[in-house]
Design a protein around this ligand. Structure first.
Ligand code: GLC
Length: 421
């Protein structure tokens, strides 16, 4: 039962915010550009999130139809958004604000579930060893830099920080650890579950927050799996057992604010991805990267606004819905909630959509956006296709008659009320 709210919600907001938002060229900028601590420090010193408004953010998530929000407490660069006693590389020490506190309070006040993201990686910590992901990996003396670094001390630091987050902020519903990379590469070791003492960390999560969902990126199985920036093509299973899963997706390929990246996904593509996920029993966690002042960029606000308007009318086809064990027509995907079957139309056909196997099983069909009734008919067995009738469909097919004009929404949805099985 730990994930009941999660299965219900289906749609959440990811928020990547930190000093990299000031650099404004991807949250991995320190790694990509091999920046030293001194080169990275100006972004921290000039971190001034005067427009970071947790209440507005939580409200926006709610208006977009999302059921939970997940904030980066610390990303790989080690900068902490809460008042950690273990470091002065934090918003609390540098600007006197505990953004995690502001966030948790605001999200809870909107009635949404509270999620935290926490990086297992820490490029700022003096005991975190250089590996093939570390910004210092190409230094002339790179391996010498590991002398004196002690991962057991780092582990204690990591566990201590997670303990702070799980004890200081009330009930936390969700924790997204990021990430484990045990492979050796370019002559460097990676980092595996033992580097974090993943078992110990997970046990601590269970002890301190027994109802909290934990993702799979400790490198050991936990409560849900996290496809990143791709869509599965069927419900996820492992050894035949259905997996709880959530695809995390970006608006433009970057998680942190990336000013000059204009690879923005359309709102239409995003609602299709959302419906596609739910049709396979998955969730979608959609990211926004607030800008250097903590504001949502206008282009992102516009996209969220469009998604929210679609969700306002089509919420029932997403929230509380899941996989339907029926073959959808070629135009789209199905989701199901109780006796309601929803056909999400990725393309708008001319005049009719043919639904295999549904003849005699549907009592009512309507467009969800305006509740308008749709005529249905079943093909008579043996009826031949002619130049005037849409016959020739397999026996048992239900035909739904559609207006020529596609409803003016991002993605039209047909709601079908199913008769008892
Ligand atoms: C990754 C990246 C990262 C991002 C995360 C979100 O593993 O390292 O920057 O925060 O995925 O899923």
């Amino acid at each position: 039962m730990r994930q009941a709210w999660f299965d219900e919600a289906r749609f959440g907001m990811f928020v990547h915010f930190g000093v990299y938002s000031v650099a404004a060229r991807h949250e991995w900028v320190q790694n990509y550009e091999r920046l030293t601590d001194e080169e990275y420090r100006p972004y921290a010193e000039h971190f001034d999130p005067d427009l970071f408004d947790a209440r507005a953010l939580a409200r926006r998530a709610k208006e977009t139809g999302m059921g939970y929000v997940v904030l980066t407490t610390k990303h790989h660069d080690g900068f902490c958004l809460w008042d950690s006693s273990a470091t002065d590389f934090s918003t609390a020490a540098m600007i006197g604000r505990d953004l995690v506190r502001e966030f948790v309070d605001a999200v809870r006040a909107e009635g949404l579930k509270v999620g935290l993201y926490h990086s297992l990686i820490d490029w700022h910590h003096p005991d975190f060893t250089i590996d093939w992901n570390h910004p210092r990996r190409d230094d002339d003396n790179a391996s010498a830099l590991n002398e004196g670094r002690d991962m057991s001390r780092y582990r204690a630091h990591l566990h201590g920080q997670v303990r702070e987050l799980l004890t200081g902020y009330g009930e936390i519903d969700y924790l997204f650890f990021d990430f484990t990379y045990p492979e050796h590469r370019d002559g460097w070791a990676g980092k595996g579950p033992e580097d974090w003492d993943a078992d110990g960390l997970l046990a601590m999560c269970r002890e301190l927050q027994p109802a909290m969902l934990v993702n799979d990126r400790l490198g050991i199985p936990a409560d849900f799996v996290t496809p990143e920036q791709y869509q599965p093509t069927s419900p996820l299973r492992k050894d035949g057992v259905p997996q709880v899963w959530e695809a995390c997706q970006t608006l433009n390929g970057s998680w942190g604010y990336h000013r000059d990246n204009h690879d923005q996904k359309s709102a239409t593509m995003l609602v299709q991805m959302l419906a596609d996920s739910v049709s396979m029993d998955g969730n979608m966690l959609l990211n926004v990267g607030p800008d250097g002042r903590g504001a949502i960029a206008p282009r992102d606000a516009a996209t969220l606004g469009e998604l929210g308007e679609w969700m306002r009318l089509h919420r029932d086809a997403i929230v509380g819905a899941g996989h339907a064990a029926l073959r959808p027509p070629r135009e789209g995907v199905y989701t199901r909630r109780g006796d309601r079957l929803y056909l999400h139309l990725f393309s708008w056909p001319l005049g009719f959509v043919h639904l295999p196997g549904l003849a005699g099983r549907v009592s009512f069909a309507r467009l969800l956006n305006d509740g308008s009734w749709l005529r249905t008919s079943a093909t008579d067995p043996g009826q031949q296709a002619s130049h005037m009738t849409p016959a020739g469909e397999a026996e048992g097919t239900l035909t739904v008659h559609l207006p020529v004009q596609r409803p003016d929404v991002l993605m039209p949805v047909i709601e079908l009320t199913l008769l008892e099985d």
